[in-house]
Design a protein around this ligand. Structure first.
Ligand code: FDA
Length: 303
């Protein structure tokens, strides 16, 4: 109930404006977001890299409705790639296609993604296309295939809550795609997605096994200790070394677990979001664990 309500709010304009403007909102969001400026993100990346983590940077923004905003997002991503190289900072980037204009015009988003991939290829960096709600799954996969970027420059995300994902994974693997597997963070109808968490998790394990057996390098993105253990057990049983996949987790979530995995020799990449458009991302994090709402409020009043 609360999850659905928070996801509903994540797409509403009035609470977005309210929270983005308030200092309370900013303080609450700080747990999940590296900051509003690139400088904040760069500091976070340096800190994480010094501790041994790999990173992927996300310049927050989505559901862009004006071509001007999509162009600006593309420009920011190009400048991030330049900055990473100029300062020898090791970090991939993660992008939402609706931030590059997918909801306005597919061709526009495609041009932007192509420009970003070209720059990333020049620097031997890697671009991950995040997967958004099911309204965009087909278009996202279409663009992923249409953009002429080598598979070690451009990767995609698959969500285990969607019924279609098994077929999508099969096709993507034939194509040599590098996949980040996650459970899925949006509100989806039972006609498209497993309504029960147990089924989402079961499907996650099934897809994880296909990815690990494929021989390509994929990302297992979850904070769920049972799914992490299932991945470790499967990899060991099939002689798949720790260099053949990586775990990925979100900035600010289960930090101890992130460190434990690193200590045990696994590769761990942290997804670091930054920027002023943090509202929808923040609401999805609250929806994943509504207890966060109480926790955050309690800590706020304790300060
Ligand atoms: P689950 O939700 O079952 O959580 C397992 C445990 O992790 C919880 O018990 C709790 O301890 C902790 N936890 C999880 N979320 C938490 C939170 N918000 N706050 C505090 N604790 C929390 N989704 C998507 O649709 N498209 C995408 O492109 C991506 N990309 C992406 C990248 C990376 C690196 C990660 C880790 C995740 C995504 N996701 C995503 C989000 C993903 O789909 C999913 O919503 C979250 O990861 C939560 O699911 P878990 O697998 O962590 O399991």
């Amino acid at each position: 109930m609360l999850r659905s309500f928070l996801l509903y709010l994540s797409e509403r304009e009035a609470p977005r404006k309210l929270l983005l403007r308030s200092s309370l909102g900013r303080r609450l969001a700080a747990r999940f977001i590296a900051g509003e400026e690139l400088e904040d993100a760069v500091s976070a990346v340096r800190r994480l890299a010094a501790a041994g983590f790999a990173v992927t940077l996300d310049y927050l923004g989505e559901s862009v409705r004006e071509a001007r905003q999509a162009e600006e997002a593309c420009r920011v991503y190009l400048s991030i790639l330049d900055r990473l190289v100029a300062e020898s900072i090791q970090s991939h980037i993660s992008i939402k296609l609706t931030q590059l204009g997918l909801a306005i015009d597919e061709a526009l988003a495609c041009r932007h993604l192509e420009a970003i991939c070209q720059r990333a290829a020049q620097y031997r960096n890697f671009v991950r296309v995040d997967m958004e709600s099911s309204a965009y799954t087909d278009a996202t996969l279409r663009l992923f295939r249409a953009v002429k970027a080598p598979r070690d420059v451009l990767g995609i995300v698959i969500q285990s809550y969607l019924y279609r994902s098994e077929k999508d994974v099969q096709e993507l693997l034939k194509d040599g795609a590098r996949i980040r597997l996650c459970k899925g963070a949006y509100q989806e109808p039972p006609e498209l997605a497993f309504p029960r968490k147990a089924d989402v998790d079961r499907n996650y394990v099934k897809l994880m096994e296909k990815l690990l057996l494929s021989g390509h390098s994929h990302a297992i993105a979850t904070h769920d200790p049972r799914l992490i253990a299932a991945t470790q057990t499967f990899a060991r049983a099939h002689g798949i070394g720790v260099d053949r996949f990586e775990f990925q987790m979100l900035y600010g979530i289960r930090r101890r677990l992130q460190e434990e995995l690193l200590d045990r020799g696994y590769r761990v990449r942290v997804y670091v979001p930054y920027g002023r458009q943090w509202y929808a991302y923040f609401m999805r994090r609250l929806a994943e664990r509504p207890a966060n709402l109480l926790f955050l409020l309690r800590n706020l009043f304790r300060r």
